[in-house]
Design a protein around this ligand. Structure first.
Ligand SMILES: Nc1ncnc2c1ncn2[C@@H]1O[C@H](COP(=O)(O)OP(=O)(O)OP(=O)(O)O)[C@@H](O)[C@H]1O
Ligand SMILES: [Mg+2]
Length: 350
């Protein structure tokens, strides 16, 4: 099946064309990072306006790259949540208008489910993970641990009780006067720093509970800055490396504890923070030591993009067993439970 997927939940406008739920024919992404950088974070109103400005161009770019036309598209998948409602609406209305005009089925998808299953796309790996696997989503808004038993079959084991790991990276970077998105800046500075220079806390360091907490760690950095000022040069790199190490330690301890507790031998890292170079290196080492196979998508599929919706779009479009869905209109949902989809009626059913 040739599926078009559309993502606009935050500050990336993206359209992809995916064959059989795994082959990426195109994955066009227009990032708004330069627009939001001057404000130190995403401004929702600006994000939705820029999605409207960019969506047609991104859509045409995807079709051009794949050498296809709209008539070739057999189904459409679009992010319906979670995300910024004004941003989500741009992708949803684009998808619904296309589905209506082309008389093709359309399904509203969960953004987090996309992160969790992006690793099933064909890429540079020798092989993709088989089910079941442990999925750790580490993104700007989420730090969640799931058992993934199959597409649409997930069990939540733990999640952050306050800030997400990506949010902690972004907020600490802001305190240090570094540009948005902070994770990228801290990763770069930390590469020349000593991770043992400062002893930051490892919040919720217990194997009895798989939840996370990062706001205390952020406060510990703030208190350090209050006492010593914003460091420069090597001291700045050391602080970044020490802060990053605290996050990586907690993420991997909890993920590998969960693998052991649930007899899982495969770990999948996903979401923007999975781009972090220290997390990738340490995950490879720790997984190797504990006989767990590690799978991480390439960085372009970890941050927000439409291609990551390919496996679930194909799954839900096929599951319906019909080319025409009957159902209520797709709604934008700022919060959306994992595994939930939204279906749009095809033209013939109106
Ligand atoms: N190299 C890196 N190291 C650490 N963090 C990173 C790196 N690259 C990106 N990030 C972080 O990833 C986050 C963005 O990831 P992503 O696009 O998946 O989040 P989001 O879509 O905003 O949130 P969600 O998916 O939870 O809705 C930002 O917090 C950013 O700082
Ligand atoms: Mg995301």
């Amino acid at each position: 099946m040739l599926v078009m997927t559309i993502e606009s939940s935050c500050d990336e406008t993206s359209v992809a064309l995916i064959e059989d739920g795994k082959r990426i024919l195109a994955n066009a992404v227009a990032s708004q990072i330069p627009i939001h950088r001057r404000y130190g974070g995403v401004v929702p109103e600006l994000a939705s306006r820029n999605h409207i400005r960019d969506i047609h161009q991104v859509l045409n770019e995807a079709l051009d790259t794949a050498g296809l036309t709209l008539q070739d598209v057999e189904g459409i998948g679009v992010t319906a949540g979670p995300g910024l409602v004004g941003s989500l609406l741009v992708g949803i209305e684009t998808a619904r208008a296309l589905a209506f005009a082309l008389d093709k089925p359309c399904v509203g998808l969960n953004h987090l489910e996309g992160h969790l299953t992006a690793v099933l796309l064909e890429g540079d790996r020798v092989q993709n993970p088989t089910f079941p696997y442990l999925g750790l989503i580490v993104s700007g808004g989420h730090t969640d641990l799931y058992v993934v038993r199959g597409l649409g079959d997930y069990e939540l084991l733990g999640r952050t009780r306050d800030d997400a790991a990506g949010e902690a990276f972004d907020k600490v970077a802001k305190m240090l006067g570094q540009p948005y998105p902070g994770g990228v800046a801290i990763d770069r500075l930390a590469s020349t720093g000593n991770p043992k220079a400062l002893d930051f806390p490892r919040p919720m360091w217990t194997r009895k509970n798989l939840d996370f907490s990062f706001s205390g760690l952020k406060t510990a950095v703030a208190q350090h800055l209050d006492a010593h000022g914003i460091p420069e040069g090597q001291a700045l790199s050391d602080l970044c490396a020490s802060f990053q190490e605290a996050i990586v330690d907690v993420l991997l301890m909890k993920a590998l504890t969960a693998c052991k507790a649930h007899n899982l031998t495969r770990l999948v890292l996903s979401g923007g923070v999975a781009c972090n170079s220290r997390l990738r290196t340490r995950a490879a080492q720790d997984c190797n030591a504990q006989n767990v196979e590690l799978f991480v998508a390439p960085p372009t599929l970890c941050t927000d993009n439409a291609a990551m919706l390919g496996p679930i779009a194909e799954h839900y479009l096929r599951q319906e067993g019909s080319t025409h869905f009957v159902g209520h209109a797709i709604r934008a949902q700022s919060n959306m439970p994992l595994g939930q989809t939204e279906r749009a009626p095809a033209r013939t059913h109106r």
